[in-house]
Design a protein around this ligand. Structure first.
Ligand SMILES: Cc1cc2nc3c(=O)[nH]c(=O)nc-3n(C[C@H](O)[C@H](O)[C@H](O)COP(=O)(O)OP(=O)(O)OC[C@H]3O[C@@H](n4cnc5c(N)ncnc54)[C@H](O)[C@@H]3O)c2cc1C
Length: 462
């Protein structure tokens, strides 16, 4: 049972690493204790987007007369919406099974635990332990919903994201704690389905990591959609003794009691680093993350870690990129460390949010002199035709050398548009090069070119 590479965990970090390792000629195995595809395919990126697609179609149907059409008896079937999402996740997981076979990767079912001497023990469902050897062991065990001490999750009334995408019944009222991407995506989904949603956010803005203008615009959109937002507020405790939940919320004005059927705790993640042998092998961990170098090597030679278990943005595309970098380095290829300053982040609620690079505040704090351009979708022909005029594109350049410091978008389809800014920044494009790149008309992407034009006082359609 000897491999060149054993990967523990088959999320977008683990399975992508395994495929790249196999392409590079390594005899590779993946250890997985649940379904192939990890959180992303089974409980994260994909099933949430399936739920959000149902919400989008339902929202379109509710406004069908805006498009000169008629539809009667529009309704939803919550159970069928959930079932569709689970079906999509299952299909994706089967796809990974196929990819593992195609790439001749052994899938070892069970829980993996590393041991000294570059060994992995795998305990299967019957409790049988088998030992495997590898030259290189890559830990990609991911993360789970973080539980706050004052908000213990019972999985029924106080829930995490897994239960939020498989609820047997639609709640009438829901409290969402935390307004990061996961919190607002669920808030949007449930609100669209007809649940009365209140978001409780500790920070002064929703989606607090985003550029302030985007956060404010998104906060307004939430209110317009009928979602109640409590900023500068924290849930102190939750009482589940009655039929639903009663949350005690500390606000700037004092304490408030909120009643609901369900409370969703969306306050971040906790890494799966317990009971995987880190202590036995002597691998260094700091603040819930495994410490690695630029090429994902831990302090112990032959052991690596990638994905949510290491510092950096906890995103699927980051996990995959880390895994590829890690095995390419092992194979001796010339590979560059990942630029964590050029990672796009997307939120798939309504309106969508997408961003990369520095916010205006961060760029100012870093001492740059700025050229900022903004183009609203209300001035875009495509957005007018589509009836999706909310939002804008904002670009931030360094006034001195023209470096594209940041790009922030809010609006329909922006999550598919942000790659232009990521590529532009990777290729060290200046504003004038973007400006002289002919964009197709009519598209939402013209807003990028126009925002850049606005930064250089050359905007046409404003
Ligand atoms: C609701 C939600 C929505 C999200 N949406 C997005 C999105 O739209 N875009 C995006 O980029 N990111 C999104 N994310 C984040 C994304 O899912 C994670 O960043 C990504 O899955 C991390 O990949 P990973 O490979 O590090 O770990 P994971 O995907 O967590 O996979 C780890 C795997 O390891 C397995 N495992 C753990 N311990 C062991 C063990 N001891 N032995 C064997 N197997 C083990 C687990 O069962 C799991 O399958 C979302 C997350 C959530 C929760």
């Amino acid at each position: 049972m000897k491999y060149d590479v054993i990967v523990i965990g088959s999320g977008p970090g683990g399975y992508v690493t395994a495929i790249r390792a196999s392409q590079l000629g390594f005899k590779t195995a993946v250890v997985e204790r649940e379904s192939l595809g990890g959180i992303c395919l089974n409980w994260g990126c994909i099933p949430t987007k399936a739920l959000l697609k149902s919400a989008q179609v339902y929202d379109y149907l509710k406004h069908v007369d805006d498009y000169g059409l008629k539809a009667e008896a529009i309704d939803k079937d919550f159970e069928a919406v959930i079932k569709r999402s689970r079906g999509v996740a299952e299909g994706m997981s089967k796809g990974i099974e196929f990819l593992m076979k195609k790439n001749k990767i052994d899938v070892i079912k069970g829980s993996g635990k590393i041991k000294a001497g570059k060994k992995v023990d795998v305990t299967d469902a019957d409790g049988k332990v088998t030992e495997y050897d590898a030259d290189h062991i890559i830990i990609a065990t991911g993360a789970r919903s973080r539980e706050l001490p004052n908000l213990p999750q019972d999985g029924k009334k106080v829930i995490g994201y897994r239960q939020a995408m498989t609820l047997p019944e639609q709640p009438k009222k829901m409290i969402v704690v935390g307004s990061g991407a996961i919190g607002v995506e669920f808030a949007h989904f449930y609100n669209s389905m007809g649940t009365e949603v209140t978001i409780v956010e500790f920070m002064p803005n929703v989606v607090p990591v985003e550029d302030e203008e985007v956060s404010k615009a998104f906060g307004n959109a939430l209110k317009k959609a009928g979602i109640k937002v409590m900023l500068n507020s924290a849930v102190e405790s939750v009482d589940t003794s009655g039929d639903g939940v009663v949350a005690t919320v500390k606000t700037k004005k004092g304490e408030e009691k909120l009643e609901a059927d369900i409370l969703l705790s969306a306050v971040g993640i906790k890494t799966n680093i317990e009971n995987i042998g880190l202590e036995e092998v002597g691998i260094v961990v700091d603040r819930d993350k495994i410490i690695v170098n630029d090429f994902y090597q831990t302090n112990i030679p032959g052991y690596y870690a990638i994905g949510d278990v290491v510092p950096g943005q906890a995103l699927a595309h980051v996990a995959s990129a880390e895994g590829i970098t890690c095995v390419e380095k092992i194979a001796g290829l010339h590979t560059e460390p990942i630029d964590y300053g050029n990672i796009p982040g997307c939120t798939y609620a309504y309106p969508e949010i997408a961003s990369v690079g520095l916010t205006e505040k961060a760029a100012k704090e870093a001492g740059y002199e700025l050229k900022i351009g903004k183009f609203p979708f209300s001035a875009s022909g495509k957005a007018s035709a589509a009836g999706t005029k909310e939002g804008f594109v904002k670009v931030i350049f360094d006034a001195k050398y023209g470096e594209w410091l940041g790009c922030h978008m809010i609006g329909t389809g922006v999550t598919d548009m942000i790659a232009e800014a990521v590529l532009g920044r990777k290729l060290e494009t200046t504003g004038h090069e973007v400006l002289k790149t002919v964009h197709p008309h009519p598209t939402m992407s013209e807003a990028v070119m126009e925002a850049v034009a606005a930064a250089y006082d050359e905007v046409i359609h404003l």
